[in-house]
Design a protein around this ligand. Sequence first.
Ligand SMILES: [Fe+2]
Length: 192
Amino acid sequence: MAYSAKDYGKLIGMEGFSETLLKNHFTLYQGYVTNTNKVMDTLGEMAKGGKIGTPEYAELKRRLGWEFNGMRLHELYFENLGGKAALNKSGKLGKKLAEDFGSYEAWEADFKGVGAMRGIGWAILYQDPVSGKLFNQWINEHDVGHPAGCNPLLILDVFEHAFMIDYGLKRPDYIAAFFKNIKWEAVEGRLK
Ligand SMILES: [Fe+2]
C-alpha cells in the first residue's frame, strides 16, 4: 500500500518558525513521500520485468534508503515538535538522560553539538534496545550512519532548508528555537 503524506499544519504558529519556512518544509517532506512510493513501484515493476541485476535496478535500490528515510525522519521530526513545556527531569526520560550522560545538561550540550556539526543531515538521540543505552548520533544526508536496530527518540533536521529562511547561517539560533518547541511527551513515548 502506498504511503500518504501526513498533515503537520498544526505546527504553523510555533514560536521561532515562520509560516513560510514550515510550508516549504512540508512541501519537501511531501516530495519524499511521493518519491518513496514511486521508487518502490518502479522497483516492483523492474523485478517483475526481469530487470534485477541491472545497473538501473541497483541504482534505484540504493536510492530507496534516501527517499524512505527522508520521508520517515521528517515525520519523526515534525511529530517531536509543537510542545510548550520543558522536559520533566524527574520523569522516565529525564532520569535516563542523566544516567547515561551524567546530567540532562551534559546530554543537551552534546546533542546541540552534534546538531551544529558542519554538513547537512540529522542529529538523533537513539536508544539501543540491546543495552538500553541512549546516545546522540550524526546522520549524513538521510541514510548514512543509522545504528542498526536502534530506536530514534528525538530527531533534529539540520539540512539548510530547515532553518536558512529564518536564521540564515545561524544554525545554533535555530537549534535553540527547536529546543523551545520540543514535544517531550512524544519523545518520552518512544523510549522503551
Ligand atoms: Fe527537512
